[in-house]
Design a protein around this ligand. Structure first.
Ligand SMILES: O=C(O)CCC(=O)C(=O)O
Ligand SMILES: [Fe+2]
Length: 135
């Protein structure tokens, strides 16, 4: 498995979206939206009902929805295909922060492993900085 892009930081509040890309509340499948995703992980950085209202993550299932309440430090990890259609409720008040980190099984979509490119000198004979490494 490889890291892929985009990895991004999101800040959501109740003000209107500037572009359709900002409209996080639409139901979607990450593999369709982002192309390279096979697994999506979300790290939440603020708390539902304390830092913001609305903004819960909703898995949309035919029989019943399942809802994740963001909480600082909570991680959600799921496969990015049509089995995990989802949306985010519109934020009613406050600000919601999260980081999305995504993974692919396709080496062609992999990005450089950050462990090997963040200013560390590689030892003599070591791996090239930025070389792709399977996790
Ligand atoms: O922030 C979240 O809880 C999910 C956002 C999302 O679904 C996405 O960016 O694809
Ligand atoms: Fe998504």
């Amino acid at each position: 498995m490889y890291l892929t892009k985009p990895t991004f930081f999101s800040r959501m509040n109740s003000t209107g979206a500037k572009t359709t890309h900002d409209e996080y509340w639409h139901p979607h499948v990450d593999k369709v939206t982002y192309g390279s995703f096979d697994y999506t992980s979300l790290l939440y950085l603020s708390d539902y009902s304390k830092d913001f209202g609305g903004g819960r993550f909703v898995f949309m299932d035919a029989d019943s929805n399942k809802t994740v309440e963001p909480r600082a430090g909570r991680v959600s990890f799921f496969t990015s295909g049509s089995e995990n259609l989802h949306r985010v409720e519109r934020v009613q008040w406050g600000t919601r922060f999260a980081i999305t980190i995504s993974f692919t099984c396709d080496p062609q979509h992999g990005i450089a492993d950050p462990r090997r490119s963040w200013g560390r000198r590689s030892p003599a004979g070591g791996q090239e900085p930025g070389a792709k490494q399977p996790l």
